[in-house]
Design a protein around this ligand. Structure first.
Ligand SMILES: Nc1ncnc2c1ncn2[C@@H]1O[C@H](COP(=O)(O)OP(=O)(O)O)[C@@H](O)[C@H]1O
Ligand SMILES: [Mg+2]
Length: 297
């Protein structure tokens, strides 16, 4: 691994160099997770910067990012390793031609070369420096998989019946994320440092937009952020995250919009609101009201 950050301020600066703006609470959590070698569990609404955090941490440390994307039905084989049967079969065919006997043949089959290494394996036994392991959207997996993860994160070792136990030489830095579609078990949380990631404040969101899209006219940026912040105070099926703010800004830029008029908002609000139930906020009356609010606020 590259040099570990020496302080919380180093983390803030290091992430900033990757265009990721972290407040001191988040930077402290990252710092402690690295210093104490404890997994970091980051929970928050979609689009608040959880996945991007792991990417930025890996870049900051100059180590690879290994991502395990969780989904419904994910199992240990797809997370850890599988035997590469087609390759083993081919190997048998070739060795049979050489006239190898059965025992030699069988022994030669269970070799690391015949493993399909999935993300957890790759993170515990990397080819290079210890990576950042991102276990993304763990709330999508089920209880059984969670229990298995707990085991992996306690031991950082893999036992392969045919080969024996493989231990991590250096522990990866682990970041788990959840969109909180369900609660993750206490046992797993207890293993980790916990950080809730909220929607950004106006100041932070402005800073992020300026950081990501410095070319955008500052007044337009300001209006975009005020508008999104205002939308988040409404009752919505899915309030917009930072991802939506950035998408919207890109769309307005591409369309050559210079000031946020009602017409411009109505044309582009599909970048921000993604649920039919929320489209009430996209009609002319609602848009005009918000534009008036932000003009006076
Ligand atoms: N603190 C931040 N600084 C800079 N960019 C950010 C920050 N938080 C989020 N972003 C940007 O917002 C977008 C959405 O973030 P993402 O990590 O995908 O959200 P999540 O994983 O929480 O759903 C990404 O383009 C990301 O780069
Ligand atoms: Mg994500």
């Amino acid at each position: 691994m590259g040099r570990k950050p020496q302080s919380v301020d180093h983390v803030i600066a290091g992430l900033r160099a990757q265009h990721y703006l972290a407040d001191s609470a988040l930077a402290t959590a990252v710092f402690l997770s690295i210093a104490l070698e404890r997994p970091l569990f980051v929970e928050g609404e979609p689009g608040v910067g959880k996945t991007a955090l792991a990417q930025a941490v890996a870049q900051m440390l100059d180590v690879p990012l290994i991502r395990l994307q969780c989904y419904e039905g994910i199992d240990r084989e797809s997370a850890l390793y599988e035997w590469n049967y087609p390759r083993q079969l081919l190997h048998i065919r070739i060795r049979e031609l050489d006239g190898d006997d059965r025992d030699t043949l069988e022994q030669s089959l269970y070799h690391e070369d015949f493993l399909l290494k999935r993300p957890l394996y790759a993170a515990i036994r990397p080819n290079g420096p210890a990576p950042v392991l991102l276990i993304d959207e763990i709330d999508r997996s089920d209880d059984e998989f969670e229990a298995f993860l707990l085991e992996v994160l306690s031991e950082f070792q893999i036992s392969i019946p045919e080969l024996g136990t493989i231990q991590a030489v250096e522990r990866p830095i682990v970041i788990l994320t959840s969109n909180r579609t369900r609660d993750v078990h206490d046992a797993l949380k207890r293993r980790c440092l916990y950080q809730w990631l909220d929607y950004p404040t106006y100041e932070r969101e402005m800073a992020i937009l300026r950081e990501r899209m410095p070319q955008l006219n500052p007044r337009l940026s300001e209006h975009i952020v005020r508008y999104v912040q205002c939308l988040r105070t409404k009752t919505l099926q899915k309030p917009p995250g930072l991802a939506e703010t950035l998408d919207w800004a890109s769309a307005l830029e591409v369309l050559g919009v210079e000031t946020l008029s009602a017409e411009a908002v109505e044309r582009t609000l599909g970048c921000v609101l993604k649920y039919r139930e929320d489209m009430g906020q996209a009609d002319h009356q609602a848009v005009t009201t918000i534009l008036q609010e932000i003009a006076h606020g």
